[in-house]
Design a protein around this ligand. Structure first.
Ligand code: PEP
Ligand code: MN
Length: 345
C-alpha cells in the first residue's frame, strides 16, 4: 500500500502515520519528495482498512497496490530516481557510458583500456574481477588483485568503477573497491546475494536474467530496495530466444516499459545483448533513442586476444567512433553525455 501525505505535512504528522502503521505490523519505506512525502507500507492490507488513515486530515490518499512490487514502482516514487555516484548522477538528463573489458586480465590491460575509454568520453570503467563462466575450465577472474587494478585505474583517470559480485560472501570486499556493484544475469534471482547487496551501501546495477520476465526482474530489484538500498539501476542485457544469430535478443522495449512502471534508471548492455561487435554501435544508438539512461559496453585493446567476450568487444578506436556518434544523438534528444570532472593525474 502507498500512503500519500498532503502537501506541507509536518514531520510529526508523518511520524504519527508511520507509528500507527508500524504498530499494526507494517514495514515502512519513506520517499520524501520536494513537495510531498509518500510512504510505502508493506504488510497485511486488511489491517490497513481498520486504521482508516484517510480520516486524518494530513493524509491525501491510501492507494492499494495490486502489483507485487511496491518500492520499485512509480506509485512509490513518482519522479525519476536519480542515483548519485561520486560526482555523477544517473537517471537525470545526462546519459552515462560505462566501458571496459569483460574481465580484468592484467594491470596493463585495464590501465590501457581505462585511459582509452576515458579519452573517448566514458564516465565509468567496467571490468569483471570475479567472472561467472559457463565452464569451470574458463578463466574465473583475478579476484582481489583485479579489484586493486580497477581502483588504480580510477585513481589515474577519474572514472568510477563498476564491477560484478557473484557471491554473497564477497559483497563487502567488492564494495570496498567498487563505486557500483553489478549483479549479473545468472544471479538475478540469487536472493541471498540480493539481500547482501542491499546492505552494502553502494549502488547496484541489476542485470536481467536471460529468461526473466519483467515482473520477476522488478521483484529482484524489490529485494534490494526492501533491504534498505534504494540505489538500484536496471540493466537489460538480452534474453534467450529461438534466435541463434545473435548471442541474446536485446529487448529494448524494456526501456519504455520500465520507465512507465518504475522510477529507477535503465541501462542497456548492447555487448552481451547481441554478442557481436558490429551490432553494438547501432543497438547503442537504438537504446538511447528508446530513452535509456546509460550504456554498458565491452571494450578491449586487443579483442582477438581477450580471455572472454572478444567477439563482442569494441576496439578503443571503434569505441571512439561510436561515442562521437552518441554525442550527436544525445544532443538531438535534448540530453547530454556525462563527463568526468576530476582532473587526470
Ligand atoms: C558481464 O557483464 O561481463 C557479464 C558476465 O554479463 P551478464 O551477467 O549480463 O552475462
Ligand atoms: Mn562479458
Amino acid at each position: 500500500m502507498i500512503v500519500v501525505m498532503k502537501m506541507g505535512s509536518t514531520a510529526e504528522q508523518i511520524e504519527e502515520v508511520s507509528t500507527r502503521l508500524t504498530e499494526e505490523g507494517f514495514k515502512i519505506h519513506l520517499s520524501q519528495g520536494v513537495e510531498r512525502t509518500i510512504m510505502g507500507a508493506i504488510g497485511d492490507r486488511t489491517r490497513l482498512e481498520a486504521l482508516d488513515l484517510e480520516a486524518l486530515p494530513w493524509v491525501e490518499k491510501v492507494v492499494p497496490i495490486l502489483a507485487p512490487y511496491k518500492l520499485v514502482s512509480r506509485e512509490f516514487h513518482p519522479a525519476d530516481s536519480i542515483i548519485r555516484i561520486g560526482d555523477q548522477e544517473i537517471g537525470g538528463n545526462r546519459v552515462h557510458v560505462m566501458a571496459g573489458p569483460c574481465a580484468v586480465e592484467s594491470r596493463a590491460q585495464i590501465l590501457e583500456t581505462a585511459h582509452a575509454v576515458r579519452e573517448a568520453g566514458a564516465t565509468f570503467l567496467r571490468g569483471g574481477a570475479f567472472k561467472p563462466r559457463t565452464s569451470p575450465y574458463s578463466f574465473q577472474g583475478l579476484e582481489e588483485e583485479g579489484l586493486r587494478y580497477l581502483a588504480e585505474a580510477r585513481e589515474q583517470t577519474g572514472l568510477l568503477v563498476i564491477t560484478e559480485v557473484i557471491d554473497a560472501r564477497d559483497v563487502a570486499l567488492v564494495a570496498e573497491y567498487a563505486d557500483v556493484l553489478q549483479i549479473g544475469a545468472r544471479n538475478m534471482q540469487n536472493f541471498i546475494l540480493l539481500k547482501e547487496a542491499a546492505k552494502c551501501g553502494k549502488p547496484v546495477l541489476l542485470k536481467r536474467g536471460p529468461s526473466a520476465t519483467l515482473e520477476e526482474w522488478m521483484m529482484a530489484a524489490e529485494y534490494i530496495m526492501d533491504g534498505g538500498n534504494y540505489q538500484v539501476m536496471f540493466c537489460e542485457r538480452g534474453i534467450r530466444t529461438f534466435e541463434s544469430y545473435t548471442r541474446n535478443t536485446l529487448d529494448l522495449s524494456m526501456v519504455p516499459a520500465l520507465h512507465a512502471l518504475s522510477h529507477l534508471p535503465v541501462i542497456i548492455d548492447p555487448s552481451h545483448g547481441t554478442g557481436k561487435w558490429h551490432l553494438v554501435h547501432p543497438m547503442a544508438k537504438a537504446a538511447l533513442a528508446a530513452g535509456a539512461d546509460g550504456l554498458i559496453v565491452e571494450v578491449h585493446p586487443h579483442p582477438e586476444k581477450a580471455v572472454s567476450d572478444g567477439k563482442q568487444s569494441l576496439t578503443p578506436e571503434r569505441f571512439q567512433v561510436m561515442m562521437a556518434d552518441l554525442a550527436r544523438l544525445t544532443s538531438a534528444l535534448d540530453r547530454e553525455l556525462g563527463e568526468v570532472s576530476k582532473c587526470v593525474k
